[in-house]
Design a protein around this ligand. Sequence first.
Ligand SMILES: CC(=O)N[C@H]1CCN(c2c(Cl)cnc3[nH]c(-c4cn(C)nc4C)nc23)C1
Length: 278
Amino acid sequence: ESTAAEKKRWTLNDFDIGKPLGKGKFGHVYLAREKMSKHIVALKVLFKSQLKQSQVEHQLRREVEIQSHLRHPNILRLYGYFYDQKRVYLILEYAAKGELYKELQNCKYFSERRAATYIASLARALIYCHGKHVIHRDIKPENLLVGAEGELKIADFGWSVHTFNRRRTMCGTLDYLPPEMVESVEHDANVDIWSLGILCYEFLYGVPPFEAKEHSDTYRRIVQVDLKFPSRPIVSSAAKDLISRMLVKDSSQRLPLHKVLEHQWIVQNADPSGVYRG
Ligand SMILES: CC(=O)N[C@H]1CCN(c2c(Cl)cnc3[nH]c(-c4cn(C)nc4C)nc23)C1
């Protein structure tokens, strides 16, 4: 069902533009306020010239089509879009607590309760997406935002907007790709289970499991599923068990998302509200 916001023909005049939130290859994201409702949003401004140059117009149309129909507390809303001569504007939900990866950088790694709470809410969001035949939501930390109540929001449109201090492995990171994508065979919804396993590892250890200096080494470690658990920080065997059941080369053998939610590590550590309160 589409709301009034979906139908309205928005223009730039409908908004007061605030500070830049992030900038990147295709344009910038600004804090903005819709004048009539005083509703705070994030306005993503993309340059048509850039989109044409990189032949991503069709990808943008597909992503906007998908994103505007997804309604889930852990998926950033796309309220609408509009364009003028030179730019395309996406009207997005504003996540008040910003980017998760900055939080992860600040505290190196998360507690098991915090990690489990985030993984559970992402599993629920992915179950919702798969139910609508939407896969590969590209859930690396750069694409995760935090709402006002501390809830996680998947905020990706197939490419990310790079904020000022980019993550070292941001550009073209292979870290999150599962074997079938690295070996570029067709992929199914199970790719998201793999990425969730990578994310769980990174939440607990502060680095992705197959990180290496050279891309060729990361590639080899992924296809060999060269999974090692450091001795520090100390992580429970239940957490390692869950990660080991998600990072499985044969995508059909990965723990299904609904089984992730039933895993003892999640049941014992995740806050049922999906919000980590510290
Ligand atoms: C992957 C990606 O799109 N990255 C960012 C750029 C800004 N953008 C935001 C989007 Cl699209 C939505 N909400 C945001 N909130 C913030 C933010 C809030 N604080 C306190 N600091 C920041 C930054 N940023 C956004 C997404």
